[in-house]
Design a protein around this ligand. Structure first.
Ligand code: 6PG
Length: 462
């Protein structure tokens, strides 16, 4: 590197895969002098002709040397071991006060461990949830930063420049200490799993039960997108359902019903189970993906177990919209409930309405409902479901009930809608059947039970 380039670049971006490359272009478009590096020579070469205030470095030493101090390095590499390996490579080259940021979908416990490791060396560390896919990274993602506050003070202004903006505010912010940035990104993805499955189940109902064509289905989704369901996922659903293959067959009809996953949905459920938070819609969505992989067995089952399907009355378009709106709202309620619980247990002071603002644009689950959450009195003390501002959505209860029963009678597997109703009914059941479990546990294992009429723990010789 020529001496005049040394120490000149405000940010170092390491990793030039799909997301890294898009972020690089975003940074350059915003005139932020950026040094780029990738361990892959192919990726370095692919970016060598990028125009703008950037340099593609040939070695990691050159890359670190190109950065102004304190250095700020954004890792956009594969989550897991590659992050640990890269931190080990970088640490000896950095100085106290420098800042490392990980923008991958890392597990929050890994982020906390890395935070501690870097702190011992005086290096600031941020785990950053980046949402919005390739397009978001290019035009403005939603960025959720967690970790050292001092590191955020250093790097926050740069990150804010590349993030999406919504209603005059950046969709970028400091969440809290430790792994909180990656935690909220994980919960974002849990909500994403639930909403994707809810939309997929709705599309199946519209096509299968209501008998609509792809274009008619697209038109319904477009109409809904103009109302309370207005969101990025609704918008792309309307587009995707209409897409035709070369011979005019709807493309979605040729897509294998086996869904992939990279782990954040499963982590959400592991977290929910470990912290005792009810998240049945996310669970249903995750199990749907798991079960989707059993496609050979499912085909065998379809032939072997004929369904005594009963056709109930069809839901109207308006009823379906109400059922989906409530179920989507309940997916947010579950995700926020998980975050609120983790925040309490981990000592993170997360501003949940602020987080709704960070998700206001740029991210995959962006939608009108997030504006309403930002503007509500929601604090996380109680689940979002209880917020007075959402009584219009709660009034979809009868429609949600009709849809889930219609699906059950027809033999349709709709676990996300079923999970939504489970969550809703769970929170409106004053006395749950579990009193009987307590009696049985005490009977077979002397586990004791509590009483409704007296304080204390009791055991009975049943
Ligand atoms: C985003 C997305 C993105 C991706 C997840 C989920 O916010 O930009 O959430 O991170 O969609 O990795 O992927 P899977 O569906 O493959 O688990």
């Amino acid at each position: 590197m020529s001496p005049e380039r040394e120490g000149r670049y405000r940010l170092g971006l390491l990793g030039l895969g799909v997301m890294g490359s898009a972020l690089a272009r975003n940074l350059i478009r915003r005139e932020i002098p950026t040094a780029l590096y990738s361990v892959s020579q192919k990726e370095r070469e692919a970016h060598s002709l990028l125009e703008g205030p950037c340099v593609v470095c040939g070695t990691i030493g050159e890359f670190v040397g190109a950065l102004e101090r304190p250095r700020k390095i954004f890792l956009m590499i594969l989550a897991g071991e590659p992050v640990d390996e890269m931190i080990q490579t970088l640490l000896p080259l950095l100085d106290p006060g420098d800042v490392l940021m990980d923008g991958g979908n890392s597990h929050y416990r890994d982020t906390e461990r890395r935070c501690r490791l870097c702190r011992e060396k005086g290096i600031g560390y941020l785990g950053i949830g980046v949402s919005g896919g390739e397009k978001g990274a290019l035009t403005g993602p939603s960025l959720m930063a967690g970790g050292d506050r001092c590191a955020w003070e250093q790097a926050g202004p740069l990150l804010t420049q590349i993030a999406a903006f919504h209603r005059g505010k950046p969709c970028c912010g400091y969440v809290a200490e430790g792994g909180s940035g990656h935690y909220v990104k994980m919960a974002h993805n849990g909500i994403e799993y639930a909403i994707l499955e809810l939309i997929a189940e709705t599309v199946c109902y519209l096509r299968g039960e209501a008998g609509l064509s792809p274009d008619q289905t697209g038109a319904v989704l477009e109409r809904w997108n103009r109302g309370v369901l207005g969101s990025y996922l609704m918008e792309i659903s309307a587009r995707v359902i209409r897409k035709r293959d070369g011979d005019q067959t709807p493309l979605v009809d040729r897509i294998l019903d086996v869904a992939g996953q990279k782990g954040t949905g499963r982590w959400s459920e592991e977290e929910a189970a470990a912290r005792g938070v009810p998240t049945p819609s996310i669970y249903g969505a995750l199990m749907a993906r798991n079960l989707s992989g059993q496609n050979m067995l499912r085909e065998e089952g379809a032939a072997a177990f004929p369904c005594t399907a009963q056709k109930g009355p069809l839901l109207t378009e308006e009823e379906l919209e109400q059922a989906l709106s409530l179920a989507v709202f309940l997916a947010y309620s579950q995700g926020f409930e998980l975050i609120a619980r983790a925040g309490k247990e981990e000592g993170w002071r997360i501003n949940l309405r602020g987080l709704a603002g960070i998700w206001g644009d740029g991210c995959i689950i962006r939608g009108r409902i997030l504006d309403r959450i930002s503007e509500s009195g929601f604090t996380g003390e109680k689940p979002l479901l209880f917020e007075p501002a959402f009584s219009d959505l709660r009034s979809g209860e009868a429609a949600l009930r009709r849809l889930t029963s219609a699906a059950a009678l027809a033999g349709d597997c709709f676990p996300a809608f079923g999970g939504a109703l489970f969550y809703y009914d769970g929170y409106r059941t004053g006395r749950m059947p579990v009193f009987f479990i307590q009696a049985l546990r005490d009977c077979f294992g002397a586990h004791t039970y509590r009483r409704t009429d007296r304080e204390g723990s009791f055991h009975t010789e049943w």
